[in-house]
Design a protein around this ligand. Sequence first.
Ligand code: C2E
Ligand code: MG
Ligand code: MG
Ligand code: MG
Length: 284
Amino acid sequence: RAKATRRGGHVLFETAIRQELENRLTLESELALAADRGEFELFYQPQVRLIDGSLVGAEALIRWRHPVRGYVSPAEFMPVVNTSALSERIANWVMETACRQARAWELSGNNVRVAINLSPSQLQSGDLAHSVAALLEVTGLTSSLLEIEVTEDILLHDERRVLAMFKRIQDLGVRVVFDDFGTGYASLSYLKKFPLDGLKIDRSFVFGLLANSDDAAIVGSTIGLSKQLGLTVVAEGIENRATADFLVGMGCEEGQGYFFGRPMPAEAFERQFLTAELDAVTAA
Ligand code: C2E
Ligand code: MG
Ligand code: MG
Ligand code: MG
């Protein structure tokens, strides 16, 4: 009897795996079509100086405008993209689109530092520093207006190669920052190993800041650590004024979160955060 059950479970398990694989393949081909049809968009979320709410930058976040489902969250499709043949194509599109946008804003007199999220594949294939240099050249974007966000899974790759690549990117004047700081297994050792320019405190610590003294201790220490290491620090996921004020009290200078603005299309971002000179440039 035990045997039969085990065999039955085995069949169920195989069916589940086959289903999973089919779903993935369907999603993959839908994503390839979406890329052909231009269904991807970049949204921009403001990053501000906490003390006065003034704009310092924007994080570019990908969205899939699905013809039926509407906007699909990257949490749903980026894990598939990042492990498929599409990865490089979409990563390049993100990088190029963000740089062109940042350059358009720069030309309009708005120096908005635009941050992009690096995909793991961008470290595996080719030379990232070279493509970043080429992109700056083609778009004319001032390099200090570009920032690259990396997560710990990216730093897990061949350390020496990644280290050399970051150095070359930073030599161009582009900033490299550590995203979702504190959520990985070895955040501190990466801070020691890699020449980072800044870090972003993950929103899982910021969210409970007011109610949870452990979170407050972690965030407070991370801010102190960043300062001692000479890193800039951005707190992610600020959803209300009280949290922003608390962060200011802890010495945090920059923040990002729904309280200041959700990720939004470029045009909405311009209307809300940039000066009107923009119209003149985009109309010309
Ligand atoms: P991330 O880089 O940590 O981006 C921050 C995420 O937090 C965004 O989710 C943003 O919408 C969300 N967020 C910002 N403020 C708040 C807040 O106050 N409250 C809450 N609850 N959430 C907030 P999003 O846009 O869904 O992106 C999820 C993740 O997908 C990103 O996390 C990033 O890892 C990945 N991703 C997004 N766009 C790209 C891309 O173009 N390329 C790559 N490689 N990954 C991307
Ligand atoms: Mg990010
Ligand atoms: Mg993050
Ligand atoms: Mg995240």
